[in-house]
Design a protein around this ligand. Structure first.
Ligand SMILES: NC(=O)c1ccc[n+]([C@@H]2O[C@H](COP(=O)([O-])OP(=O)(O)OC[C@H]3O[C@@H](n4cnc5c(N)ncnc54)[C@H](OP(=O)(O)O)[C@@H]3O)[C@@H](O)[C@H]2O)c1
Length: 323
C-alpha cells in the first residue's frame, strides 16, 4: 500500500510516496481502506518541524481519514468489514490504509460523502469546542470570524449560525468571502483593504460579541478593539505566522475576555467530555443543522503540494487526498 512519508522535518519537498506492507490489525484495532484523508494547516507545520509536537521520523502525516473497514482485530465489536467510518489517526492518514484503535471510530452520517467526513472532525470539533465550551454564543450575538474562508473559518461560521449567531466574515479575497457568505455569514469585510475595527463596529451596530482569530498578525488588535462590552476574543491560531501583541488596556476596557482555545490538548485530557462533544457534533451533522463543506479532492501524491498551498495562503476551503 502507498503512503506519504516524511523522513526528515523541514522542507515539504522532501516528502516521498513509499510502498509499504498492508496492515494486519492487532487486538482492539481496525484497518481502514482510506477513501479520503483530510489535509489541515497543521499537517504542513508538523512536517516542517514548526509545530509544538515534533514526531520522530520517519512518519506518515495525516490526522483524520474517512474510509471503509477492511479488517477487524481480535475483540472488536460494533463494526463490520465494509462499514463507512471516520477515524482520527493522529498520524498515518496520508496512505491507502490506516490502522487505528476501534475506540476512535465513528460511523459516517448517511448524508456525508467520504470527503466531507474526512475533513470534518478537526475543524468542526474545534469550532464546537470554542463556541459552546470555551465561550457560549447566544442567539443574536455578533461573531466576527477572521480567515473566514479557511477550514477553521468555515466551520466556525457554520457552528455559530447553527447556534443562532450573526456572523461577519473577514478574509482576503472575494472568493473566500463568497465561500463564507455561502456558509451563512450575513456580512463580509475584505480585511486587507478595509478598516477592520470600524467596519465590524458599523456592521454590528456598535461592536461584535465574539471574535474568532485563527490568523493572528496585524488583524488581531483591530478585531479586539471591535468588540463591544463583555466581548470575548478567542485565540485559535496564527496562520499568518505572526503572534500579535495587544495592549492589555484593550482587555480591561469594556470588560473584555481573551479566551485561549487548544482543542488538541483538551482531547488528550478530557476523554469522556471530548467524546460527548464529538457525539454532539455528529448529531448536529446527522440532523442537518451543520453543513460541512464539500472539499476539493486531490490525489495522494499531491500531499506536499496541498500542504504548501495552505501554508502559503494560496488555497481556500477544505482539501482531502484521495488515494
Ligand atoms: N486552537 C486549536 O485548537 C486549533 C485547532 C485546529 C487548527 N488550529 C489553527 O488554526 C489556524 C487555521 O487553520 P485552518 O485549518 O483554518 O487553516 P487554513 O484553512 O489554511 O486557513 C487559514 C486562513 O488564514 C488566513 N491567513 C492569513 N495570513 C496567512 C498566511 N500568511 N498564510 C496562510 N494563511 C493565512 C487565510 O485567510 P485569508 O487569506 O482570508 O487571510 C487562510 O484561509 C492554524 O494556525 C491552525 O494551526 C487551531
Amino acid at each position: 500500500m502507498r503512503a506519504i512519508v516524511c523522513s526528515e522535518l523541514g522542507s515539504l519537498d522532501a516528502l516521498r510516496v513509499e510502498d509499504r506492507d498492508p496492515f494486519v490489525p492487532g487486538p482492539g484495532q481496525v484497518v481502514i481502506d482510506v477513501r479520503a484523508a483530510g489535509v489541515n494547516y497543521v499537517d504542513g507545520l508538523l512536517c516542517q518541524g514548526r509545530y509544538q509536537i515534533k514526531p520522530p521520523t520517519p512518519f506518515v502525516p495525516g490526522g483524520e481519514v474517512a474510509g471503509q473497514v477492511a479488517a477487524l482485530g481480535e475483540g472488536v465489536s460494533g463494526f463490520d468489514v465494509g462499514d463507512r467510518v471516520i477515524a482520527m489517526t493522529g498520524l498515518g492518514g496520508f496512505a491507502e490504509q490506516a490502522v487505528v484503535s476501534a475506540l476512535s471510530l465513528l460511523p459516517i452520517p448517511e448524508r456525508l460523502g467520504f470527503g466531507q467526513a474526512a475533513a470534518l472532525i478537526q475543524s468542526y470539533s474545534t469550532a464546537l469546542f470554542t463556541l459552546t465550551r470555551r465561550t457560549h454564543v447566544a442567539p443574536g450575538e455578533w461573531v466576527l470570524v477572521l480567515g473566514a474562508g479557511g477550514g477553521i473559518g468555515l466551520a466556525m461560521i457554520d457552528v455559530a449560525v447553527a447556534l443562532g449567531g450573526r456572523v461577519i466574515a473577514a478574509a482576503s479575497t472575494a472568493e473566500k468571502l463568497a465561500a463564507a457568505s455561502a456558509m451563512g455569514a450575513v456580512a463580509t469585510i475584505a480585511y486587507e483593504d478595509a478598516d477592520l475595527k470600524t467596519r465590524a463596529r458599523e456592521l454590528s451596530g456598535g461592536g461584535v460579541d465574539v471574535v474568532i482569530d485563527a490568523v493572528g498578525g496585524p488583524h488581531s488588535e483591530p478585531a479586539l478593539r471591535a468588540t463591544r462590552a463583555s466581548g470575548r476574543f478567542c485565540v485559535i491560531g496564527f496562520a499568518s505566522g505572526s503572534i500579535a501583541s495587544v495592549p492589555l488596556n484593550q482587555v480591561l476596557l469594556n470588560n473584555r475576555t481573551v479566551v485561549g482555545v487548544d482543542w488538541g490538548a483538551w482531547t488528550s485530557r478530557a476523554g469522556d467530555e471530548n467524546r460527548a462533544l464529538v457525539d454532539e457534533l455528529m448529531r448536529m451533522v446527522a440532523d442537518g443543522r451543520l453543513h460541512p463543506p464539500v472539499p476539493s479532492e486531490r490525489p495522494l501524491a499531491d500531499a506536499a503540494q496541498v500542504m504548501a498551498e495552505l501554508i502559503d495562503r494560496r488555497a481556500g476551503g477544505k482539501f482531502v487526498l484521495v488515494p
